[in-house]
Design a protein around this ligand. Structure first.
Ligand SMILES: Cc1ncc(COP(=O)(O)O)c(C=O)c1O
Length: 335
């Protein structure tokens, strides 16, 4: 399995154009003041499903052959890859079954059902849902869609970065949140071609460090998966994105769930933006390490806005509304 080329990404950009308009990238003076840097927010929260993943779902499903379309697809997800597949499946008339871990974010589960997909809840985490989805796909003869070991999905989500570098060509850094790594790998592929001066920095939750540890060690590792931040909650590294990250990623940082909640609050207060936790993780990196980003032009990708009610209440509670600069937990590239 090979990662997509820039030509594949540009081709996918043409393919997605009738379905998804470009998302905006905005700068907010209040956010700059909080961060001590020039911060550009790439607003993937404005996608029709509320998250960047929909780019990948449409890219993949539009390329299925007629027999695959008829048999349908199975996906496993904490909710945004799920909505992406359900949205694209409705668009192209493809049967779609989604396996989510038990007790999912109700907003995401409802959205999947409303898009017409079958929803099955199984297991405690993303990593328990995955083998169940595989078994279901085998049993039903449907195509299993991985969250990240899919070149078409990476090409789809990479279109967020062709847009970003056209909107802001002179970035010093872009920070991308990671669960499986499809988005960060996509950012690396596009930055290599269009913005070689721009550092790509990945971030995962400290309580679910599998992608981070896999990148640092150069091996695909399994790790405990305990973060409450859906989207960043994966328990093992994915081969295809890790391969790309190894070649081009400048750094991989961990932040904890409280730092992420504080960044959610900051986006709400200073950028009028409701982000889910994963969508605020990139900003959490900038807030955690002001010296590193001082005076620089940095893009943070607000990858999603599908916060549950409980999450919205938590991030706006008095305890969370203090943004403190604390060192992010890991800051250097492995040798
Ligand atoms: C909002 C959000 N941000 C970031 C991610 C992580 O993306 P990836 O799995 O491509 O690393 C996800 C994954 O579901 C997500 O839903």
């Amino acid at each position: 399995m090979e990662p997509p080329t820039l030509a594949d990404v540009l081709d996918t950009q043409r393919l997605l154009a009738p379905y998804l308009p470009p998302t905006p990238t905005w700068n907010y003076p209040a956010l700059d003041a909080a961060a001590g840097a020039t911060v550009f927010v790439k607003h993937e929260n404005t996608q029709p499903t509320g998250a960047f993943k929909v780019r990948g779902g449409i890219a993949l499903l539009s390329r299925l052959d007629p027999a695959e379309r008829e048999r349908g697809v199975v996906g496993y997800s904490t909710g945004n890859h799920a909505q992406s597949l359900a949205y694209a499946a409705r668009l192209f008339g493809v049967p779609c079954t989604i396996v989510m871990p038990e007790h999912p974010n109700p907003a995401k589960a409802d959205a999947v059902r409303r898009l017409g997909a079958e929803l099955v809840e199984h297991g405690a985490t993303f990593d328990d849902a995955a083998p169940y989805a595989r078994a279901l796909a085998d049993e039903r003869g449907m195509r299993l869609v991985s969250a990240a070991n899919e070149p078409a999905i990476i090409a789809g989500v990479a279109t967020a970065y062709t847009e970003l570098f056209a909107q802001q060509p002179h970035l010093d850094a872009v920070v991308v949140p990671v669960g499986s790594g499809s988005g960060a790998a996509a950012a690396c592929l596009v930055a290599s071609a269009l913005a070689p001066q721009c550092e790509v920095i990945a971030v995962q939750a400290a309580d679910s460090p599998a992608a981070h540890d896999s990148w640092r060690s150069g091996e695909l590792l399994r790790r405990p998966n305990r973060t409450a931040v859906e989207g960043l909650a994966t328990g093992s590294g994915f081969a295809l994105p890790q391969r790309v990250l190894r070649e081009r990623l400048a750094d991989f940082v961990l932040v904890d769930d409280d730092q992420i909640a504080a960044a959610q609050w900051c986006l709400l207060r200073d950028a009028h933006t409701l982000a889910e936790g994963a969508g605020a993780a990139a900003l959490a990196v900038v807030l955690a390490d002001p010296d590193r980003f001082a005076g620089r032009r940095v893009a943070v990708v607000c990858t999603g806005g599908n916060a549950s009610e409980a999450e919205i209440l938590r991030c706006s509670s008095p305890g969370t509304r203090t943004i403190t600069a604390a060192p992010a937990l890991a800051l250097s590239r492995p040798s």
